[in-house]
Design a protein around this ligand. Structure first.
Ligand code: SF4
Length: 505
């Protein structure tokens, strides 16, 4: 899986999947600006959140045009395609799939005709009541000129269909803005939405605020984005977060804010550990500083006699800096990263695949030889990458390899937008820390505690989702068979019987 942003420790081995991010969203309302280009650069800054497909929708006030395709932002768009997207409102999306396969039909922004025009929508997160929403979409009244059939197989298109398909008591179609208070409270799970009709840009965030979403100001307009780092790249200044349970609408009348649900904050702690860019702030806390502090606390909780602290580049770098600082052990670079190999769609041949980790990382033998190393990484999912890494460091002459992880063992799946693995595939599910260390071939292995990780974020523990570490999910979950990635493909393929089977009793 190609990744942007230079962070790659989880997908070092070709064919091995680590925790995958679940989309970046970006929106801009700015008359007189090149909104498609602003969105392109915004998505560029959010590329690490999704690399499967990218898309931009633009409105010129009378119609919406959507351009999307499979691939990285830089592969999907060029001067010609961006030049064809003219207007004053834009919505952009970079996708990693969590519900719905990685196919063109599921690329975003999704688009639908409404009774008043059309809607284009991008979604970061993952829903947990997809089957219920599919039922609501199936029950929408058929209105001439407005298709309600679910053609796509992702949860996002269900939201779009519901926002597009609401009607008043007399059967007349409601506008997208009128539909929002009826639809948004019915959606369960993680959703940071950026969408638009021909005239207005909207941003909405789930009541738990699981995924980030921020508001920025341009000289002549407004920006909304998954991460504050995407505001910086397009010259917007940070204004505030979109609040959990808030809907914001922006048009020539200005910015309107309303609430569709009470805020019950449960921000994803894994955003601080790995997902978000280090130069992003979430809930007032800088991600880089959180990671350095995790490293410091990890050093205090799990000290070891060693000569050198090295990171798994680059996601382990801030925590390694913190570990070195708190332990007094020198920090060094023991691994050189090939930044570009992950950005190709050329599949490596079997011979090259066997090179495994060396496709992406090469040890600095002169630095490593004879040293007792502390290798700091942000998380372990299956462990295959770390096992290969330990072997490579030993082959390069390391005297000892001690692995330190700046998040606790991942034991539970995420249903809110991060595709770790199935529970059975998680190495920490069923193995003790000592057994995992032996399985990796490390001289020692230690993880940070949940409390130390949380304290490093400076966010109050009850306001963070930590479910993948402690199994305490921030909301009730439906039966496991109603949570699968291919849920809607099953429904579409199986027709009415399968749809009935998916409906909750
Ligand atoms: S389960 Fe883990 S990755 Fe998923 S939202 Fe909660 S903390 Fe984040």
């Amino acid at each position: 899986m190609p990744r942007g942003d230079g962070r790659l420790s989880h997908d070092l081995l070709p064919g091995e999947k680590g925790p995958q991010d679940a989309c970046g969203v970006f929106g801009v309302w700015a008359p007189g600006e090149e909104v498609a280009k602003l969105t392109y650069f915004g998505l560029y800054a959010l590329q690490h959140r999704g690399q499967e497909s990218a898309g931009i929708a633009v409105s010129n006030g009378s119609q919406i045009l959507v351009f999307k395709d499979m691939g990285l932002v830089s592969q999907v768009f060029d001067e010609t395609s961006l030049g064809s997207l003219t207007g004053h409102i834009a919505v952009g999306h970079a996708r990693y799939s969590t519900t719905g396969a990685s196919v063109w039909e599921n690329a975003q922004p999704t688009f639908r005709a409404t009774g008043h025009g059309s809607i284009a929508l991008g979604h970061n997160g993952n829903l947990v009541n997809t089957a219920e929403l599919a039922e609501l979409v199936a029950d929408l009244p058929q209105t001439p000129g407005r298709a309600t059939k679910v053609a796509a197989t992702n949860d996002t298109d269900l939201i779009t269909a519901l926002l597009a398909g609401q009607t008043a008591a007399d059967g007349s179609p409601l506008s997208v803005e009128e539909a929002a208070p009826l639809v948004l409270p019915k959606i369960k799970g993680a959703f940071s939405l950026v969408y638009m009709d021909e005239h207005t840009l909207y941003a909405a965030r789930d009541p738990q605020g699981i995924r980030p979403l921020v508001l920025g100001r341009l000289e002549r307009g407004w920006v909304v984005a998954s991460e504050s780092a995407a505001l910086d790249i397009c010259g917007a200044s940070f204004v505030r977060e979109i609040e959990p349970g808030e809907l914001v609408a922006i048009d020539e009348q200005g910015l309107r804010s309303s609430r569709f649900a009470e805020a019950r904050p449960k921000g994803c702690v894994f955003e601080y550990v790995y997902l978000a860019r280090p130069d992003t702030d979430i809930a007032g806390r800088n991600v880089y500083l959180s990671r350095v502090e995790m490293g410091r606390r990890l050093a205090r909780e799990a000290p070891v006699e060693a000569d050198l602290v090295i990171p798994t580049p680059e996601s382990g770098t801030p925590a390694a800096v913190g570990y070195a600082e708190a332990s007094g052990i020198p920090y060094g670079s023991g691994l050189v990263k090939n930044s570009y190999v992950g950005r190709t769609f050329i599949q490596p041949s079997q011979t090259i695949r066997q090179l495994g980790i060396r496709l992406k990382l090469n040890p600095l033998k002169e630095v490593i030889r004879g040293k007792r190393l502390v290798v700091v990484d942000d998380s372990i999912v299956r462990g295959n990458t770390q096992r290969a890494l330990v072997r490579m460091l030993r082959e390069a002459g390391a005297a000892e390899v001690h692995v330190r992880i700046s998040s606790p063992p991942v034991k539970w799946p995420c249903f809110f937008g991060i595709d770790f693995a199935t529970r059975a595939e998680l190495i920490a599910n069923g193995m003790s820390v000592q057994e995992i260390g032996q399985s990796l071939g490390a001289d020692s292995l230690a993880y940070i505690s949940i409390d130390a990780m949380v304290e490093a974020t400076t966010i109050a523990k009850p306001n963070l989702c930590r479910a993948c570490f402690d199994g305490e999910y921030p909301m009730e979950l439906p039966d496991p068979e109603l949570l699968g990635k291919q849920l809607l493909e099953v429904e579409l393929a199986g027709g009415a019987d399968a749809a009935d089977a998916l409906r909750r009793p």
